[in-house]
Design a protein around this ligand. Structure first.
Ligand SMILES: [Fe+2]
Ligand SMILES: [Fe+2]
Length: 306
């Protein structure tokens, strides 16, 4: 049985039906690129006293980073695993028609990456704030490091779990940006297009996880239970490197950058944010019995997700 949400893919997927989103002259009309409330450092006193131009550049670069991260994540994490599913290379038993759906998701994610890149290009040329160089590799290495720590000998399973985790999270940004009337249409509509596709992916990957979990032996289940919350935590923790780079580009000294980071990314508030955004994923894993294992319960507690 095909997961229902992917069945209408040819008629509903963004890559099949959505128009290219194009920037209009809304920037002159007072619309913003990103909601200030979702840029934690914008309200810090050291940032608050910067001039309007520097603050606008901070917002622009924060926006660029969101889309650059998306483009990298889709192509280098989601589609790395989706390709294995599509080509039948995952070394876990799965029903045959997973492959057909996986090819659809592969196309979706590639398109999400393309339009994320497109958004940055359009914004860069319109507001003349250049994007800073962005290196996704450290984030990816940490993600892969979690899996290889906890489950070094599980073949393709760790990479599948990475994607199950990310695809079943409902991030604040995907939930809030599409409905924010203050955003420029290019950003709002692009994120809305993306969120629609991700709603379908969410159902597919929740389904996939149930199937995966059902096929795991007890030892693999224990490792999976320990791995999942750490993957959730890493996926939802703010990446501080681009934040630091952005603050430095705005003229803050290294000591000031560290002060801002320390003040606005306090471990308690970071954990609280992760817990709120992980509710749906935790519910899924709980319903599958992951938290019935002592290893699972401990690991989810340790990550602050319960
Ligand atoms: Fe996506
Ligand atoms: Fe997705």
């Amino acid at each position: 049985m095909t997961a229902e949400p992917m069945r209408d893919w040819f008629d509903r997927a963004g890559v099949r039906v959505d128009p290219r989103r194009v920037l209009t002259d809304e920037l002159d009309g007072g619309k913003v690129l990103f909601p200030a409330r979702l840029i934690p450092y914008l309200g810090h006193r050291l940032v608050d006293r910067l001039d309007d131009e520097a603050r606008a550049a901070l917002v622009a670069r924060h926006t660029y980073h969101y889309f650059a991260f998306t483009a990298h994540f889709e192509t280098r994490v989601v589609n790395r695993a989706t390709e294995m599913l599509a080509n039948g290379r995952a070394d876990v038993p799965l029903r045959r028609d997973v492959r057909f759906d996986a090819y659809k998701i592969y196309c979706d994610e590639a398109y999400h990456a393309l339009y994320s890149f497109d958004v940055v290009r359009q914004l860069e040329s319109a507001n003349r704030v250049a994007a800073l160089p962005y290196d996704f590799t450290p984030f990816l290495n940490r993600l892969d490091g979690i899996s290889s720590d906890v489950m070094p000998r599980r073949g393709t399973l760790p990479q599948l779990l990475q994607v199950v985790v990310f695809e079943t999270l409902v991030t604040t940004l995907l939930a809030e940006l599409p409905n924010d009337p203050d955003l420029v249409g290019l950003v709002r509509e692009t994120v809305r297009d993306h969120a629609r596709d991700e709603g379908r992916h969410h159902a597919f990957f929740a389904h996939l996880f149930r199937e995966l979990w059902a096929g795991l032996d007890p030892a693999a289940r224990r490792e999976t239970a320990r791995c999942l919350p750490r993957l959730i935590g890493h996926s939802l923790r703010p990446d501080l490197r681009p934040a630091r780079a952005n603050l430095a580009a705005a003229g803050l000294t290294p000591a000031q950058v560290e002060e801002v980071v320390r003040d606005v990314y306090h471990p308690d508030s970071v954990r609280r944010g992760a817990r709120e955004q992980a509710v749906q994923s935790v519910k899924l894993f709980r319903s599958c019995g992951v938290l019935d294992l002592p290893e699972g319960l401990d690991a989810f507690h340790e990550e602050g997700l319960l």
